[in-house]
Ligand binder design. Structure first.
Ligand SMILES: Nc1ncnc2c1ncn2[C@@H]1O[C@H](COP(=O)(O)OP(=O)(O)OP(=O)(O)O)[C@@H](O)[C@H]1O
Length: 944
């Protein structure tokens, strides 16, 4: 009323007064009473509303008050963070961007101490060396850790570097030293006293969690062995039939950023995930027993942790990284008496260490030319060494007298690295001034840290209060509003639920700072919808890997003279597995090939990605089970998620060997045989026993007689474990991962079995399809498959994708349609038919299309009668190949790809034939004819 009145124009005032006076005549006592009654009834209602209103008002005021407070606190904490970053940077600048620490290893039990104590830590920054004839030598470093120093003490000096990584700086922490002086101990540590890697990772997560930004952290691990890069997170081939891992190559962008093509980079959400990956990587490291160390690292082990934060402009870079490097041990060949492989390893390590010394020395001296290109190590670290990065080198020395020479070498190296201090020795006055300044900064830092902590606690309390009032945390509200205004952030959990089928329970345990954004999803390829198109273009723009020279695998078991060619040297390395010399036996497998030549490629700006990606389509596909199939198909350029990776490593493998579940061995038409059967197989294959060993996982164990030997296998519905892929060496058994009904997988497994068990048997030479595909042919595009091999192949491909709906040039198969066309494994029989001549073919007998026929032909009586719920498998040599019959009566042949290690025939004719084939293939590959689009038949024809 009041409001209404106030809004009335002043000119109506007289009218209003008149009307009120007019009303006066109606104010009888009855009227007044009735109005009073009405009013009497109102108070209750009104008071209630008023109470509610006032309560609402109060809580509304409270909320807005809290929100205001929170906003102020957040602003102050941001301000403090900026200050802290500046101070830290100043501090590190004063300390030096390249810092060198020295750690003296303690004498361990049973070690000969020697006559004198040659290395003594004089104080926290000086090492004293006692030489013969009472001579002494002193070395000065940023910090010296005496033999009794704990891992805690070491890490406390390392921690500032980790902080600056959170601030967006690239960093690099090395452990350098003679073999056996404790580099791995410092970096990796033991379960009781963890080293720098676990501590640094933990600190990164903690600091990321404490900050009020969202970070995405990824983990990669590689080693440089004999000058080659090897991804330690990718299973290395242990058998000749295993697919080769993708080549790693170093690329640089116009801004000098370094990216390693094909490196596996996995997003980690917490320290546990990171450590799991670390342990996984450590298992693949090349180690060997040497005179100096029972488990000597024979390579440089490099861990890369990348950090991305999109909404922190105060950070130095949006994406930065830290390298944690356990360098190979420097050694004097004269002393270690290494020979053969050990000698090569020692030489490679020493060369790269010397290159590293040169680079750091040049950086310290601010030379205009920095010799990065002299080794792979320095090329990889190019953007993490230098002015805008933080470098920390921990030089390790032995306390033993007998290691005095090596100790001097190491200390000289460290001094060279630290040359700026040598060249421009500071006066004590400047030194103490610097120290005072550093102390001041340190104190300021501590004060700021305390304030931040205090503010964080306040924010937490207010958030709790706010949550009680509204049910939502202010932080989240602010975040949501911020993100919605930015239009580029969404909750990772939602993404996970939608795209990755991550269990909600686990996904909600993710720390807030790990939530992804639309932007990150796009970059990481998690958003399949948005990325698929681009990926398609990406994959189209590159030739399929199966046609790349790197994938070529030649059966050069006995002829290892091909070292110069990349593709052939790869295969040589595979075969070196089999050609174990006494020295080589000791090194755990590493690729020995010139396959990882550095490519200094200038990426176009639009292709530049902050993300470490897996860009080799298909190469990693064999690692995945069905979930992986989706990953592999959906994007060739995507950030892998640790869950996908580690899910594969959940269980200990019950038995060895794994036939890749997702390898699609599709129908590959063979040329007609031009000559008769030679070298008839003597072995027979028959199923001996079969039993269900694990009801839950539907594991069925069976034995197959082959070549007079019994080989065990398991058919399992269980997804293969990563360990299956990584650590299986026994060659007497294998897993058949089934889609139990998918006999194709059985075929592959059988083929694997052949590869493992048929060493004495004679097999034909490999087809060029084998050669050019590096083992197995994969097709990701169903149209391509359909064109080449017909619709049945597409159906089959779809079946292998577990009934997923596939589009095929207008025709869509529904899951039911596919189901109807698929053999029911419980009733049908899959027959493995090693063809007597050149290749193994597999006959898959379709119930509708010739089951009887097949049974008639079956001369092997060892086939067991099928029992319900089991697969009946009959394996025998046959001379006929057959058949998929598709709707259009097309005959298709399923060809199993031959294992690479069993392709040798005996006899000079065959050796000669192989040589000719190899030369032919080599020449053709050299000429790049494969690149010109000649298909396998062309080469096959040429070679026959
Ligand atoms: N500070 C230390 N405290 C306790 N034990 C240590 C320490 N440093 C090294 N050791 C022990 O010394 C042995 C050799 O150490 P480690 O394997 O780390 O050497 P390394 O320098 O990595 O050798 P390589 O270069 O050959 O790999 C290990 O048994 C390790 O536990």
């Amino acid at each position: 009323m009041k409001n209404m009145d106030s809004k009335k124009p002043i000119r109506n005032l007289t009218d209003t007064i008149h009307s009120l006076l007019g009303l006066k005549s109606h104010l009888t006592s009855a009227w007044v009473k009735s109005v009073c009654d009405i009013i009497k009834n109102l108070p209750h209602e009104r008071s209630r509303t008023d109470a509610g209103k006032s309560k609402d008002d109060k809580s509304g005021t409270d909320i807005s008050k809290i929100k205001e407070e929170l906003a102020t606190l957040t602003a102050s904490i941001n301000q403090l963070s900026i200050q802290r970053r500046q101070i830290l940077n100043e501090l590190l600048d004063l300390k030096g961007n390249i810092r060198v620490f020295c750690r003296i290893r303690p004498i361990t039990l049973g070690e000969n101490f020697g006559r004198l104590r040659p290395v003594v830590a004089l104080d926290s920054s000086n090492v004293h060396l006692k030489l013969a004839d009472n001579k002494t030598k002193s070395y000065s470093f940023d910090k010296v850790f005496h033999p009794g120093s704990s891992q805690d003490e070491v890490f406390s000096e390392v921690e500032p570097v980790i902080k600056s990584v959170l601030d967006g700086y690239n960093a690099c922490i090395f452990a350098y030293g003679q073999t056996g002086t404790g580099k791995t101990f410092t970096m990796e540590g033991t379960p009781d006293s963890p080293g720098i890697v676990p501590r640094a990772t933990e600190a990164l997560f903690k600091q990321a969690g404490d900050s009020n930004h969202a970070f995405i952290i990824t983990f990669s691990m590689l080693e440089i062995y004999l000058g080659n890069l090897k991804d330690l997170l990718v299973p290395q081939p242990t058998k000749p039939t295993d697919p080769l891992p993708p080549c790693l190559s170093i690329q640089t962008d116009p801004n000098g950023g370094i990216e390693i093509e094909n490196i596996v980079s996995i997003q980690v959400n917490d320290i546990n995930q990171a450590l799991k990956l670390y342990r996984l990587g450590c298992r693949s490291r090349s180690t060997a027993t040497t005179n100096s160390n029972a488990t000597s690292s024979r390579s440089h082990c490099m861990i890369r942790i990348s950090i991305t934060c999109f909404d922190a402009p105060e950070r130095r870079r949006e994406t930065n990284k830290i390298w944690l490097v356990d360098l190979g041990g420097s050694e004097r060949v004269m002393k270690t008496k290494a020979w053969g492989r050990r000698l090569d390893e020692g030489k490679a390590i020493n060369l790269s260490l010397s290159a590293l010394g040169d680079v750091i020395n040049a950086l310290q001296r601010k030379k205009c030319h920095i010799p990065y290109r002299n080794s792979k190590l320095t090329q990889v670290l190019r953007d993490s060494l230098g002015e805008d990065s933080k470098t920390l080198m921990l030089v390790h020395v032995s306390p033993k007298e007998e290691d005095l020479c090596e100790t001097i070498c190491s200390l000289n190296f460290a001094t060279r690295v630290k040359s700026v201090h040598l060249g421009h020795e500071e006066s004590t006055e400047i030194k103490s001034q610097k120290e005072n300044e550093m102390m001041n900064l340190q104190q300021k830092m501590e004060k700021i840290e305390d304030e931040r902590l205090h503010l964080r606690r306040q924010i937490k309390k207010l958030n709790e209060k706010l949550e009680n009032l509204t049910g939502t945390a202010m932080e989240e509200q602010l975040e949501a509003s911020h993100f919605s205004t930015q239009g580029s952030f969404i909750d990772l959990n939602m993404v996970n639920k939608r795209n990755e089928n991550v269990k909600p329970a686990s996904s909600f345990q993710l720390p807030r700072f790990m939530r992804s954004t639309i932007c990150s999803r796009r970059k990481s390829g998690m958003d399949h919808q948005t990325s698929s198109g681009r990926d398609r273009v990406f994959s189209k723009s590159r030739r399929p890997l199966s046609h790349r020279a790197e994938s070529v695998t030649l059966p050069v078991k006995n002829y290892s003279g091909y070292k110069s060619d990349c593709s052939i040297s790869k295969s040589t390395c595979m075969l070196e597995l089999n050609m174990k010399t006494s020295a080589d036996n000791e090194t755990e497998y590493s690729q020995d090939a010139s396959e990882c030549d550095i490519k200094m490629i200038v990426c176009p700006e639009k292709e530049k990605s902050h993300w470490t990606t897996v860009s080799q389509k298909g190469q990693l596909g064999h690692l995945y089970s069905n979930g992986g199939q989706r990953l592999r198909k959906s994007s060739s350029k995507q950030l892998l998620k640790v869950d996908n990776w580690l899910d594969l490593n959940k269980n200990e493998p019950p038995i060895s060997g794994y036939a890749p579940r997702n390898k699609q061995v599709l129908a590959i038409p063979l040329p007609e045989k031009k000559h008769g059967n030679r070298g008839q197989k003597t072995s027979t294959y028959s199923l001996a026993t079969e039993k269900i060993v694990n009801q839950n996982n539907m594991e069925r164990q069976f034995d197959i007689f082959t070549g007079g030997r019994t080989v065990s296998g398991v058919v399992t519905d269980k997804p293969p474990t990563l360990k299956d892929l990584l650590y299986e060496e026994s060659r007497s058994s294998f897993i058949i991962p089934s889609h139990a009904t998918n006999d194709r997988t059985l075929m592959q497994s059988q083929n694997l079995l052949e590869g493992l068990s048929m060493e004495d048997d004679e097999c034909g030479s490999p087809s060029l399809s084998d050669i050019s595909c590096g083992g197995l042919q994969e097709y990701d595009d169903e149209n391509e498959v359909s064109e080449m091999y017909g619709m049945q192949a597409v159906k089959d491909l779809a079946q292998c994708s577990e009934g997923s709906m596939l589009k095929n040039s207008g025709h869509q198969f529904s899951p039911s349609e596919l189901d109807n066309s698929i053999i029911d494994s419980k009733e049908d029989t899959a027959v493995f038919t090693p063809e007597s001549e050149e290749k193994w073919h597999c006959e898959e007998v379709h119930s509708k299309l010739g089951m009887e026929n097949s049974r008639e032909e079956d001369t092997d009586a060892s086939t067991e009668s099928p029992s319900k719920g089991t697969i009946t498998t009959s394996c025998r040599p046959r001379s006929q190949k057959k058949l998929f019959m598709d709707d259009r009566n097309q005959e298709l042949t399923v060809t199993l790809v031959k294992s690479q290690g069993i392709t040798q025939r005996r006899g000079s004719y065959n050796i000669l034939k192989h040589k000719v084939q190899l030369s032919c293939a080599t020449a053709l590959l050299g000429l790049g004819l494969l690149d010109l689009g000649f298909d396998d038949n062309f080469f096959y024809g040429l070679m026959l």
